[in-house]
Design a protein around this ligand. Structure first.
Ligand code: SME
Length: 138
């Protein structure tokens, strides 16, 4: 198998583990910068299929993180103007950027069906996960 296939399998395993073991993680996926384009492309994920396989930089929560390089915790997605809905069951979202050699190359995106579920502990934990992902990608 190619290296990309192997990496994608490992990333999918991470999605499955997170979704299975954390009750308030209901959709877990990766978006990565699509080549040199100013857009994100959907990578491995678990949860309901989404139409949003390509997201332009700046659009939605994910597109904003591509530009800001910051964690984005959204306690209530319905209070956001710049939000792309994937499923009407989603109440909250957290997006953590992934850095390789200092460059923002993508992100982990998690949707929750529970309102306001994400704590600082989620942020620290998911930063640990993205650091591991960065090592897988390096
Ligand atoms: N809600 C995201 C789009 C991706 S879906 O959550 C899978 C956003 O606003 O960028």
């Amino acid at each position: 198998t190619s290296n990309k296939t192997h990496v994608d399998e490992r990333l999918l395993e991470i999605c499955k583990l997170l979704e299975k073991h954390v009750d308030h993680y209901n959709w877990v996926g990766f978006y990565f910068r699509n080549g040199n384009k100013e857009e994100l492309k959907l990578g491995p994920y678990v949860g309901a299929p989404t139409d949003h396989t390509i997201i332009p930089f700046g659009k939605g929560i994910c597109g904003q993180v591509a530009v800001s390089n910051q964690n984005f915790v959204v306690p209530d997605v319905n209070a956001q103007d710049n939000y792309i809905a994937c499923s009407i069951t989603v109440k909250a979202e957290i997006v953590i950027p992934i850095f390789v050699n200092g460059a923002n190359i993508g992100q982990i995106d998690i949707d929750s069906n529970t309102p306001d579920p994400f704590t600082k502990e989620d942020e620290r934990f998911l930063e640990f996960v993205t650091q591991k992902v960065s090592e897988i990608l390096s």
